[in-house]
Design a binder for this molecule. Structure first.
Ligand SMILES: *[C@@H]1O[C@H](CO)[C@@H](O)[C@H](O)[C@H]1NC(C)=O
Ligand SMILES: *[C@@H]1O[C@H](CO)[C@@H](O)[C@H](O)[C@H]1NC(C)=O
Ligand SMILES: *[C@@H]1O[C@H](CO)[C@@H](O)[C@H](O)[C@H]1NC(C)=O
Ligand SMILES: *[C@@H]1O[C@H](CO)[C@@H](O)[C@H](O)[C@H]1NC(C)=O
Length: 603
């Protein structure tokens, strides 16, 4: 997301000064209440304006205050996550993290004064424990006055879903450096699931003859012939060297799956799945947690939620498991009575989880959107939230996306492969949050021996620079590219995606009582998370700290992964990148080997 230079945007409005007058002389800020544009984006591709926003519609605005010491948190995160650092594993407490992300008292004072000047008092605000954001419920009309903007109902052309958004908003100029970002305003992310539709059992599932010989997988392990065409818990245990692992239920290890967009995980389908694939888990279930009023309608389960819970919990059983259902489910009808559906569901979950004392050590999310739909200011704050989880010892795992290097060919309506910066240039389209350097992103493979599958999302962030843990691996890959290849289509200095991969085609799940197949990096993420949860279990049983943020560690352990060297991920009218020896932007470091990881990490 490219923001226009400030000079083009400043619209000093000195007349019609609201009640807001800065009254803290010690801050030495101007008493002028001139507004200027805080952020502006181009009309997003694939969206059309569907009329003015209803003035009485209630918006939940989240105001993010700057975190002036975030660099200290980042430094601490890298120290506790780097196995060669003396602080490895010494994760930060909730209080430590909160003090490192706290805003300055000046920012707090000034933002509060501004809110009070608009008639919003303390009773109408809610804040994070560290006070790094404050949220308010205001009618559109009021938000338009505070932000000197005009909200519209925007319609997503391909799906028909709608959002209330604007392409620009202003703040009193004196407040600019005391506010990072306010949303919902300019973010057009839709946070869709990365899985295909559920297909009932078909001939694709047809098992090989019962006496078909085992196949030898990449690492030399023997795998059932059936795993070449459809994936079960047993296949993943065989492929990733975790046969016969007996995790503890009592060492404190836990795993969690996030659910959005009205995706509910069925407890009855889970029992059918367990009975079919992991009989030892029959009778066990997960803890349901509602976030921001998220529902749990067992009569309308979601394919994504069933896939994620069945595979993550099947692999990690008997670790206690949590499923979070976060409210917000398009298509939303922008009428007066719908107060919260226009918000960003990720941030609702992130705000909720960061406020918890105890958090599962491994968390998988299979949702995301094209990186360019999220303004950089907002992407950075969301990404910083994942850094806070990592600092507290949580492994945050995301699917890398299902569009290869970009969805442009498959889905012309989204125009994902064209930049939304006024140039409309062709550009590969990485997914967010997978592109956040503080999460571990997971691409997809299929078949045995494993090869990368063409939809596996991969490439390079256009906004997040390459983190140092990737320098060697990504540098080596870039040198394998033919000279000038894809010049201008990607950002060679960006964070490379994905970090790792796992199987992602034809996972056998239960849905509404019936068995069928689902594919996507949505399947790969919970599969990888399940293996990581087993490593965390082994560590906790040895009284070692959990793995936490994985990336600084795993880039030092490429030999604990099965290198994937075949396949490519076409998109945006190109053949995409090739899987190569070593890291590549389709399979990352490769697929995990549990016993190799455990031998190194749980001695
Ligand atoms: C696995 O499936 C692929 C695609 O159908 C096929 O080409 C390959 O021969 C199979 N491998 C084995 C060992 O059966
Ligand atoms: C639950 O889902 C069913 C099936 O889609 C639907 O008929 C019912 O209205 C839903 N219940 C609630 C409370 O949303
Ligand atoms: C961007 O360019 C593509 C290819 O020429 C075209 O199909 C698309 O309509 C353009 N989009 C905009 C918003 O100009
Ligand atoms: C991928 O490999 C093919 C075959 O070796 C080669 O022709 C092509 O240039 C490679 N593409 C990239 C992006 O490296």
């Amino acid at each position: 997301m490219v923001v226009l230079p400030w000079s083009q945007l400043v619209v000093a409005v000195v007349a019609a000064c609201p009640a807001f007058v800065l009254s803290s002389p010690l801050l030495g800020v101007t008493k002028s209440c001139a507004h200027s544009v805080k952020e502006q984006v181009y009309h997003p591709h694939g969206w059309t304006i569907d009329g003015a926003a209803p003035p009485d519609h209630i918006l939940k605005l989240q105001i993010y205050l700057p975190q002036p010491n975030f660099h200290e948190l980042e430094q601490a995160l890298y120290q506790v996550s780097d196995p060669d650092h003396e602080n490895y594993g010494l994760h930060l407490s909730k209080d430590d993290v909160e003090s490192l992300v706290a805003p300055s008292s000046d920012s707090l004072t000034l933002v509060d004064e501004w809110l009070v000047s608009h008639g919003l008092d303390a009773s109408s605000l809610s804040r994070s424990p560290s006070k790094d954001w404050v949220s308010i419920h205001v009618p559109v009309q009021k938000a338009e006055e505070m932000l000197r903007t005009k909200y519209h109902v925007w319609k997503h052309i391909a799906s028909g879903s709608t959002l209330i958004r604007t392409t620009s908003y202003s703040l009193p100029t004196a407040l600019h450096r005391h506010v990072d970002v306010i949303q919902p305003t300019t973010s057009f992310a839709r946070a869709g699931p990365f899985s295909t539709i559920f297909r009932l059992e078909t001939e694709e599932f047809e098992a090989p003859p019962p006496n078909a010989p085992a196949i030898v997988a990449n690492g030399g392990l023997k795998v059932d012939a059936a795993c070449n065409t459809s994936i079960t818990i047993t296949c993943l245990q065989q492929l990733y060297n975790a046969v016969g692992v007996k995790p503890s239920a009592k060492n404190g290890n836990e795993i969690g799956i996030t659910g959005y967009l009205g995706q509910f995980a069925s407890t009855s389908d889970l029992q059918l799945f367990f009975a079919n694939q992991t009989p030892a888990a029959v009778g066990s279930s997960f803890k349901f947690v509602s976030v921001n009023g998220g529902l749990n309608n067992q009569s309308s389960p979601g394919v994504e939620a069933n896939l994620d819970t069945q595979f993550a919990f099947g692999l990690s059983h008997p670790a206690p498991a949590t499923f979070w259902s976060t409210a917000g489910s398009p298509p939303f009808i922008p009428d007066v009575g719908t107060p919260t559906d226009t918000n960003e569901p990720y941030t609702e979950w992130l705000n909720f989880i960061l406020a918890q004392k105890s958090i599962p050590q491994t968390i998988s999310t299979s949702y995301g959107d094209d990186e360019q739909t999220v303004p950089l200011s907002f992407a950075q704050r969301v990404c910083n939230g994942f850094a806070q989880l990592g600092a507290r010892g949580v492994s945050v795992i995301f699917s890398s996306g299902d569009g290869g290097v970009g969805d442009g060919d498959a889905n012309p309506a989204t125009q994902e492969c064209f930049t939304n910066d006024g140039r409309n240039a062709t550009r590969f389209a990485p997914a967010f949050p997978a592109s956040c350097p503080f999460v571990t992103s997971v691409g997809a493979t299929f078949h045995v021996p494993e090869v990368s599958v063409s939809f596996s999302g991969g490439g390079f962030s256009n906004v997040f620079p390459r983190p140092s843990y990737q320098d060697a691996a990504v540098g080596t890959f870039l040198r394998t590219l033919p000279k000038g290849k894809f010049a201008g289509l990607f950002n060679p200095a960006g964070r490379g995606i994905p970090d790792v991969s796992a199987q992602g085609v034809n996972f056998r799940i239960f849905f509404n009582g019936r068995q069928g197949g689902v594919s996507g990096t949505s399947a790969a993420s919970p599969a990888f998370a399940g293996i990581i949860s087993l490593v965390n279990d082994a560590r906790l049983s040895k009284r070692l700290p959990p793995l936490g943020f994985l990336n600084p560690l795993i880039y030092k352990l490429p030999f604990a992964f099965n290198d994937i060297t075949a396949g490519n991920n076409p998109g945006c009218g190109t053949e995409g990148f090739n899987a190569t020896k070593g890291w590549d932007p389709i399979s990352g470091l490769g697929t995990p080997d549990f016993r190799k990881l455990a031998e190194i990490l749980a001695l």
